[in-house]
Ligand binder design. Structure first.
Ligand code: PLP
Length: 406
């Protein structure tokens, strides 16, 4: 018998399974109302359009679609992404764009080309769990900066950047897990800091197009260019986007937009990882999105998700105890609840599942603290389930809040 523990590389000691994915298994029972996953609403997938796109691709260029293609990605899809990223006035070209297998791969590849073992990375706390998982093997040091309703407390950055960390990772729009958004003023301050210290930021933006209220705020790469008087993507920002939330996560497609030297290195890393993202997926995504279809589709998503967010927030007002606090997201898929400090959300989850409702405990999103928080997803459940699920959760929270130790 092989003792595999003697064989595994040392860096695997830092890896662990995602608690969320384990919880998701428990919540798949149909009687459980789950606010745990980060899943888009499947009934909104544009099935007919994707079917027609797949048929057209296979009929018109089937051999190309089933063949290997370039690591960078299919030209028409890169051009399409570049054109969308240029809508704010910059000139971004396909040379700035690498097609990847979801934003998760963007994060993984960025780690491979920028991070050395033991590097310091600046994070908002809490932050995206998948990034922590991807970069765990590098045994990083984290410089953790707290957030409030306007996102990262950017005035704390100066103190951190003087120590020259390798990079900053941020989800500026409708962050996962809190749903909060980095304000206009803080984006300006942030890019000024980047320019002053020659620092770089990974702008991970899966949710930016899913805004339900408030006004659009430009991306960090746009603030960065404007701060430097540039019209190109040649500054301090590496941007990650995805089709997962605006079209379908099963396509496993996203993109990185970055200065060309960064793209070149990422291409080298991607060649080692998977050669390329699926040609068929890329061509189907392009054929689906083109001619303005995706804009109409995003409008439909916004209308439904806005209604579900509003419903969840209204139900929380009605059913949650006054001791609970929660974020009020202007978009995205999530909000986060904070409980009194004597409560541990992981313990509560067991009780919640007994009562047939589920959430994700917040601790795993936190580099420090967060045991008394949990994340709720509002995109996946039907309206009637949202109301009933929040009613069940509210009853549970009221029951445990009164058990407060003296
Ligand atoms: C902040 C953030 N980044 C990246 C991802 C990964 O998305 P993708 O499906 O594009 O890999 C997610 C998915 O939930 C996310 O929330």
């Amino acid at each position: 018998m092989v003792n595999w523990n003697d064989k595994f590389a040392e860096r695997t000691a830092y890896m662990k399974r995602s608690t969320i994915r384990e919880i998701l298994k428990l919540t798949q029972r149909p009687e459980v109302i789950s606010f745990a996953g980060g899943l888009p609403a499947p009934e909104l997938f544009p099935l007919e359009r994707v079917q027609a796109a797949a048929r057209a691709v296979l009929e018109q260029r089937g051999q190309q679609a089933l063949q290997y293609s370039t690591t960078e990605g299919c030209d028409e899809l890169r051009d399409w992404v570049a054109a969308r990223l240029s809508r704010g006035g910059l000139t971004i070209t396909r040379d700035n764009v690498l097609i990847v297998s979801g934003a998760q791969q963007a994060i993984d590849l960025v780690g491979r080309v920028l991070l050395d073992d033991g590097d310091t990375v600046v994070l908002e706390n809490p932050t995206y769990l998948g990034m922590l998982a991807a970069w765990r093997p590098y045994n990083l040091h984290y410089s953790v900066i707290p957030t409030d309703a306007d996102g990262l407390l950017v005035d704390r950055l100066d103190k951190v950047l003087v120590r020259r960390p390798k990079l900053i990772y941020l989800v500026p729009n409708f962050q996962n897990p809190q749903g909060i958004t980095l304000s206009w003023e803080r984006r300006e301050q942030l890019v000024e800091c980047l320019v002053e210290y020659g620092a770089v930021v990974i702008e991970d933006n899966p949710y930016g197009e899913l805004r339900y209220s408030g006004s659009h705020i430009p991306s960090l790469y746009e603030f960065d260019a404007s701060c430097r008087g540039s019209r190109s993507l040649d500054g301090h920002v590496i941007y990650a986007g995805t089709f997962s939330k605006i079209l379908a996560p099963g396509l496993r497609l996203g993109w990185v937009a970055a200065p060309t030297p960064v793209i070149e290195k990422l291409v080298q890393a991607k060649q080692g990882a998977d050669l390329q993202s699926g040609t068929l997926s890329q061509l189907v995504a392009y054929e689906t999105c083109k001619d303005g279809f995706i804009e109409e589709h995003i409008e439909r998503l916004r209308a439904v998700y806005r209604q579900r967010r509003d419903l969840m927030l209204a139900a929380m007002e009605e059913f949650f105890p006054q001791e609970a606090r929660w974020s009020k997201p202007e978009g995205g898929l999530f909000l986060m609840v904070s409980l009194p400090e004597f409560l541990d959300a992981s313990d509560l989850l067991k009780e919640a599942i007994n009562r047939q409702v589920a959430f994700v405990p917040g601790q795993d999103f936190h580099v420090e603290g967060g045991y008394n928080t949990f994340r709720l997803n509002f995109s996946n459940a039907q309206p009637a389930q949202i109301e009933e699920g929040i009613r069940r959760l509210g009853r549970l929270l009221k029951d445990v809040v009164v058990r407060q130790p003296v």
